[in-house]
Design a protein around this ligand. Sequence first.
Ligand code: ATP
Ligand code: MG
Length: 423
Amino acid sequence: MEKLIQRVRGMNDILPEEEAAWSFLESNAINLFSAYGYKRIQIPVLERTELFRRSIGEVTDIVEKEMYTFEDLNGDSVTLRPEATAGVVRAGLSNGLFHNQQQKLWCSGPMFRHERPQKGRYRQFHQLNVEAVGYSGPSLDAELIVMAARLWNCLGLKSPTLEINSIGTPSARANYRKALVEYFRARQDQLDHDSQRRLERNPIRILDSKNPSMQVLLGEAPLLTDYLDAESCTHFEEVKSLLSGVGVDFTENPRLVRGLDYYNRTVFEWVSDQLGAQSAVCSGGRYDGLISHLGGKDTPAVGWALGVERVVELLRVEGSDVPRRSPDAYLAIIGDIGRTQSFVLGESLRDSVPGLYLLVDAIGGTLKSQLRRADRSGAKLALILGNDEQKGDHISVKPLRDDRPQLVLTLDELIKHLRNGVD
Ligand code: ATP
Ligand code: MG
């Protein structure tokens, strides 16, 4: 026998049994996006490497060590997207979407990061992303955050809590950076290897370190909040008061800096205490500098990304009531001559009963074995088209989930019966 080929580490097969939860999340999210005026944009999975180097930042975990980068057959360096914002901005600029106009966009799909695989952290994972481009005021920051809160509500999730911070303007950060470098220089012996390297090139990133032995040092470091510019402070106050005004609770976390370079002002993370170490389920913020940085006009923007695998896991852990659809009916046949009739009957039932979820037996065998399959399928009714029923143009209807008696119906009566059941 040939050896089975293994999947690539960190890349998951998402199996049919998980479909209900994925669809539940996606359909609720898409309904919400459209109810807030967000339109779908679809962007390639593969982009020029330069796009991510320039937008995410050279001294970030993603660009330094997590990207799937390779040369294509022309020798061009390309990268599997590690996140969506850079691609959405690139696409918006390439297609003139941001020229003197606002855009509310959403997209979804797989992202790729060569991280250490563990529960909740994969090398291929999926995101739902929203981006609002061309809006500078605090109401869009708040709207995006509230939209996530509304999504948890629709999904019946209780555990996500909101952490927010403002990281100010680039010049406020430059002042803070000086203070931070001074602080870390005086304690250089306590820095881990990564942080030593970052000290010169991107010291604020040190705060993002997950290394447990660094946490005390980080806990006593100067706070960015003390260096914020006045306008960012006002913006932040307004975001918070909008959130409070609609009853969305939050915790201010002055150490929340986010892992990507392009954020300014508002940053936020929805976290859950039900997921173990990989607790962030939805993260985002404002990125007013990114569009000009990628060659466009100065254009403000704000967005978030939700980790689909983590939210699906949360649905499971919290025991959310995920709707699962079972077949309305399973059509069994007796005898081979019924095969064509049952095929035709199946299609005419689909024509006459909108939304009908019908399985037509395609394997055959004894009625008993077909009814066993009908039962396993979860169908509510078995429809039995037998030789006698064909002659008289009648179909037997056998309830599979309760003790109601079996009926023998004409086609018209069956259609009515099914319409009542499907509505
Ligand atoms: P983390 O701190 O967990 O590494 P992050 O800050 O790198 O997250 P973002 O780049 O903001 O995450 O991505 C948005 C969301 O995507 C995260 O909140 C998380 O839910 C999800 N996510 C990020 N990386 C992974 C991964 N490797 N596997 C599964 N989900 C992920
Ligand atoms: Mg990360």
